[in-house]
Write a protein that binds this ligand. Structure first.
Ligand code: ZN
Length: 137
């Protein structure tokens, strides 16, 4: 586990959220990206070594839409940056950890990502992510 890569925040409306994060807090948005597989639009806002990822659902079937329906806006997941995602996932599976993704998939920014089930992480949806060039650092 290298660092907190980002914190995902579910928002009902990205433009409204950006009026706060960008215009009031003065933070810089470095990317706005649609991830069709997850039916979301994400705004990436770097904070030092980490990022805030604002997530807006692009469809009512999006996991983010379901999250907001049941819990309202708020922290949706915490992402830890790792190296060796595949071997970490098989280690976790051996230990009986519930995995949402047994194999890595491609998330925002082309990173390899996998989610762990909140039942195994004290109620926090946890994402493990590995940037393509993580091995270089
Ligand atoms: Zn994320």
């Amino acid at each position: 586990m290298r660092k907190v890569d980002h914190i995902g925040i579910a928002v009902s409306n990205l433009d409204t959220a950006l009026q706060f994060y960008r215009d009031v807090l003065g933070m810089e948005v470095t990317a706005i990206e649609e991830v069709p597989e997850q039916k979301i639009k994400a705004a990436i806002i770097p904070v030092g070594e980490s990022k805030i990822e604002l997530l807006e659902a692009t469809s009512p079937e999006s996991p983010v839409a379901k999250f907001i329906d049941s819990r309202g806006e708020g922290i949706h997941h915490i992402a830890l940056q790792v190296s060796g995602l595949e071997s970490i996932l098989s280690h976790l599976a051996e230990k009986g950890v519930r995995l949402i993704d047994k194999e890595p998939r491609i998330g925002a920014g082309g990173n390899k990502i996998a989610f762990l089930h909140p039942k195994s992480t004290n109620g926090v949806l946890m994402e493990l992510c590995e940037p393509e060039q993580a091995g270089d650092k």
